[in-house]
Ligand binder design. Structure first.
Ligand SMILES: Cc1cc2nc3c(=O)[nH]c(=O)nc-3n(C[C@H](O)[C@H](O)[C@H](O)COP(=O)(O)OP(=O)(O)OC[C@H]3O[C@@H](n4cnc5c(N)ncnc54)[C@H](O)[C@@H]3O)c2cc1C
Length: 351
């Protein structure tokens, strides 16, 4: 079989890249062994324009957020499912310093930050001695539904190989690659944290980190907001709530831990005034990078091998825009911006 592109991995990166490559009339085959604990399958799916302790805008958000909203809306139509919902984020300040940082940022960030009306109305749900600020709009993407539905579509069109990809079976030729009976002009790795094991890319400055979350049943908590106090409470599937997350750079394994469960329970008991029940506990590694910027492009010395990775904590907003940009780069040769192009590492990628 001959295709234009062979893609490894169908998290949000592989999903969006295959979507745009197909839209541009390329032929594509995707290999993905389906991991229910991949980052995309356990992410809360929030797009938040504001970040950090100083309440500043996240990188390129003015471009990324509207693009992502339109892309998910287009996918909703194409797949006939509901994928994206506008929300706001209520940030119950955890310290007087956080309250002050928010207040200081308010006059500068008038587009996304505001003080919510009637800020005492949440007292029956939460304990918050230092007030509440609001980020608006935020967006909530159902990544899991997108990935499952896209997977079914790929499978129906016989574009999916539901297997583990094995690098030993990859043959690189000067102008094409071969993998178990498939010949493609290029292979593109969208395999998340597994990219650290690829001989072609393992020198890139990956900095994977681990995150955990509890899935909770909470009765009577209004579902049109995301709530935060260090920990985020995010509306999740089946009327449940997603409570997380941790950011660990040093860990022995990527599985859920008792330490996180106990710490989160303690935080919830102090903050949340409603009874709750734990339904599940999930964990995954985020494909993050040292510079907090994606790794995108074809290998400077093996032009038939590419990568779309390093989406870190922001896969929901980064994947749609940069998948489109990458697909256009492949089709028309339009340059990638230097912050994301793996060409910036051409020296360390030299064989
Ligand atoms: C706890 C947590 C919360 C998060 N919350 C958010 C959030 O609210 N908003 C946000 O924007 N981002 C969030 N993220 C980050 C987001 O999940 C990631 O940025 C994104 O999912 C990365 O997508 P990816 O497709 O690059 O990788 P992955 O989701 O890891 O996908 C990689 C895919 O490749 C497949 N694969 C790997 N190796 C092979 C192989 N050898 N053969 C076959 N298949 C293979 C895997 O099975 C998987 O399907 C969160 C992450 C975590 C861990």
């Amino acid at each position: 079989m001959e295709v234009d592109y062979l893609i490894v991995g169908q998290g949000i990166a592989g999903t969006m890249l295959s979507y745009y490559l197909l839209q541009q009339s390329n032929t594509v085959t995707i290999i993905d062994n389906y991991n229910p604990s991949s980052a995309s399958n356990i992410a809360s799916g929030v797009i938040n324009p504001i970040t950090g302790r100083r309440f500043v805008r996240t990188w390129m958000i003015e471009t990324l957020m509207p693009f992502a909203v339109n892309a998910y809306r287009a996918l909703e139509k194409e797949l006939n499912i509901s994928l994206i919902q506008q929300t706001n984020l209520l940030d119950f300040h955890s310290t007087p310093q956080m309250q002050l940082a928010f207040t200081n940022q308010l006059p500068t960030e008038t587009e996304y930050l505001r003080v919510p009306e009637n800020s005492l109305q949440w007292k029956k749900y939460f304990n918050y001695p230092f007030g509440v600020g609001e980020t608006h709009p935020t967006w909530l993407v159902n990544l899991q539904l997108l990935i499952q539905t896209w997977r079914k579509k790929l499978s129906t069109q016989q574009l999916l190989i539901a297997e583990h990809f094995s690098i030993e079976a990859l043959q690189i030729h000067p102008s094409y690659i071969q993998y178990q009976g498939i010949q493609a002009k290029a292979i593109i790795f969208c395999n998340g944290t597994q990219a650290v094991n690829l001989p072609y890319f393992q020198k890139l400055p990956f900095a994977p980190n681990k995150g955990e979350a509890l899935i909770l049943a909470i009765q009577q908590l209004p579902r049109q907001h995301i709530y935060k106090q260090g920990l985020s409470l995010v509306p999740w599937q089946s009327n449940l709530w997603w409570a997380g997350s941790s950011y660990e750079w040093s860990y022995e394994h990527a599985n859920p831990t008792e330490i996180f469960r106990q710490k989160t329970l303690q935080q919830l008991q102090q903050w949340l005034q409603l009874p709750f029940e734990i339904k599940a506990h999930v964990a995954a590694e985020r494909p993050a990078t040292l510079e907090r910027r994606p790794f995108i492009g074809m290998h400077p010395y093996f032009p038939q091998i590419g990568i779309f990775n390093g989406l870190g904590t922001k896969g929901c907003s980064l994947a749609p825009y940069f998948a489109k940009v990458f697909s256009e780069h492949l089709k028309y040769g339009q340059p990638l911006i230097p912050e994301v192009a793996i060409h910036r590492f051409h020296k360390i990628l030299a064989p």
